[in-house]
Write a protein that binds this ligand. Sequence first.
Ligand SMILES: [Zn+2]
Length: 139
Amino acid sequence: MKTMKCSKVLKLLSRHLDRELSGPEQEAVNRHLAECAGCRQEYELLQSEHRLLRSVTVPEIPPYFTARTLARIGALKPASLLPKLLWQTAVSLLVLAGIGLGIILGSTLATGSSTSPELAALNSEPTIEELFAPGNGGR
Ligand SMILES: [Zn+2]
């Protein structure tokens, strides 16, 4: 046996959540919710919405959140804003060093067999274009 009409309960639900209902009203709503699955579902939906709203309006921001976020952004900046010329110079220097090392290694290894696994590995080293490919495409 239902003590209250669904339409009335549904109207009172949000106030019920805010605990604005009087004692008897609250009791009647609770009793109806215990009996009526449809209203209970509606109530649970409202309840989760309420919780979400409350968690949004009262956000828990850690004390150093802003500073930490700014620091993280600052830490990202140098790498992304580094001039390409500087990168190119660094990379070409590395490549040149690799080639120089390869020549030295190659000449010393060449005395043995002409095709050594070390030489093959050196030949398969990434080129400047390959080294730049991931950094360029991204953002
Ligand atoms: Zn109902």
